[in-house]
Design a protein around this ligand. Structure first.
Ligand code: GLU
Length: 461
């Protein structure tokens, strides 16, 4: 059997992290089995359609370097869904329903009041054929519903969850065709997955309760059933379903914030799956090799930006080569960043970059004027006159040498507190109390700039 997997995102707005998560596992499983990973666009929900959203989804997958084959949009195949639903009507598995939204609403309220599960009461299943035809001919608004068997257990072997069984009595007579002539998800997903010869449907657990409907449709059409795998849903840190209120869920926004696609992808691999050697950091190729559904857990994995931050920093520090980090940083360098300095500055701040975006704030003092205050120069331990004394001595030492040992010898010979002295000097040279190693910084700044900053600080005290 050729393995063919797919994602079927709906272009309803943001390109969601959950889509990247599904794409990654679908892609890895297909690659592992020399199969193919496809993308189709589920755009039949016209009310939620957002122009341009489709392109953002493709751009996001490209950025994450998850390869895929583009296929089609559902809206391009409307006639196939109508043909499919007609087959179901002929076979007695679907029927026309003319109930108005108002009637359905009243029915729902009454059922709720009786504490029953709201579901369609099948009024229209009893309509005589001629009446149906007459109402159709007169153009009356209608939908087409699936006729659920009354009491049948539908089971399947889920790759993530083992055997799942759901009784059809828990299921509504699902609308398959809406009054606008567009299919619902349930009809379209089956017709499309069959057309695309999808062998494995790997999707979010929110579709578990829909799967029996899909299985019945496959049976009614006489089509080969795919294997199902229902992945756990990503969660916020408080374990609620990952949502934009509590988490950033948009893939492009992670790109803008300076996350590396490699790091985000690696982090997503660990959502509900663990490496057999307990590794955190591994390449996509390795994931493809060692992935198996048997190591998937069913509890919802927590998408924790703090852990992603750790992983991103680790990729910047240790995984990527220096030239790769430089290339990745390029779009994040402020306009006035002296680009020829990057190879000199990067080694000084690389340890402290969490996102690529940090490059600006962490290195600004190299090429922007600094404005330390007297209080900052004094730090917690020194008086104003002590700070001045430190800076004057530092200045005359720096005029002779840029060696840290020389400076230390001078400080010790005076019997000064090293911490206090270096706080003052650091603030004078970098404008901040925390900086990359001071003497490495001084060497990048150069003699002229360093001395003029120390002199300017002396005049403040
Ligand atoms: N359009 C559905 C979604 O975006 C597809 C679900 C499926 O994979 O079957 O969640």
């Amino acid at each position: 059997m050729t393995v063919r997997t797919r994602i079927a995102p709906s272009p309803t707005g943001i390109a969601h992290i959950g889509t990247a998560y599904m794409a990654l596992f679908n892609y890895a499983f297909a690659r592992q089995n020399d199969g193919e990973f496809l993308v189709r666009i589920e755009d039949t929900d016209r009310a939620r359609f957002v122009e341009g959203a489709e392109q953002v989804i493709y751009d996001s997958l490209d950025w994450l370097e998850i390869p895929y084959t583009k296929t089609f949009r559902q809206s391009e195949h409307l006639e196939d869904y109508s043909a499919a639903v007609q087959t179901l009507i002929q076979k007695g598995h679907a029927y026309y329903c003319f109930c108005t939204p108002e009637r359905l609403e009243t029915m729902r309220k009454e059922q709720q009041a009786r504490k029953e599960i709201p579901r369609y009461d099948r009024l229209c299943t009893h309509l005589p054929k001629e009446e149906v035809q007459k109402r159709l001919d007169s153009g009356e608004r209608h939908v087409i519903r699936m006729k659920m068997p009354d009491n049948e257990m539908i089971s399947w072997d889920d790759l993530v969850r083992g055997t799942i069984s759901i009784n059809t009595k828990e299921l509504d007579d699902q609308v398959l065709m809406k009054s606008d002539g567009f299919p619902t998800y349930h009809l379209a997903v089956v017709v499309d997955d069959n057309r695309m010869q999808i062998s494995h449907v790997i999707r979010g657990e929110e579709w578990i309760s829909s799967t029996p409907k899909h299985i019945l449709l496959y049976r009614y059409f006489g089509w080969q059933l795919p294997v199902f795998a229902h992945m756990p849903l990503l969660r916020n840190v408080d374990k609620t379903k990952m949502s934009k209120r509590k988490n950033d869920v948009s893939i492009p926004s992670y790109k803008e914030k300076g996350y590396l696609p490699q790091a985000l992808r690696n982090y997503l691999c660990l959502m509900g799956w663990s490496h057999p050697d307990e590794k955190d950091i591994f390449a996509l190729q390795e994931f493809i090799k060692v992935f198996s559904f048997s190591r998937m857990q069913t509890t919802g994995p927590i998408f924790d930006v703090k852990k992603l931050d750790w992983m991103n920093g680790k990729y910047i520090r240790e995984v990527l080569k220096t030239d790769e980090v430089e290339t990745a940083l390029f779009p994040f360098l402020p306009d006035d960043f002296p680009q020829d300095l990057l190879p000199k500055i990067l080694p000084l701040v690389r340890e402290r970059l969490v996102t690529l975006h940090d490059i600006g704030p962490l290195t600004e003092f190299f090429y922007h004027d600094i404005h330390p205050t007297v209080e900052e120069l004094m730090g917690k331990k020194s008086s104003m006159s002590e700070a001045k004394k430190y800076l004057e001595a530092a200045l005359s030492t720096l005029e002779k040498s840029f060696e840290e040992t020389e400076m230390l010898a001078m400080v010790d010979s005076k019997g000064w507190n090293r911490g206090a002295f270096f706080t003052t000097l650091r603030v004078a040279v970098t404008g901040r109390t925390v900086s990359p190693p001071l003497f490495d910084t001084i060497r990048v700044l150069g003699k002229q700039l360093t001395l003029s900053r120390v002199k300017a600080a002396i005049t403040l005290c």
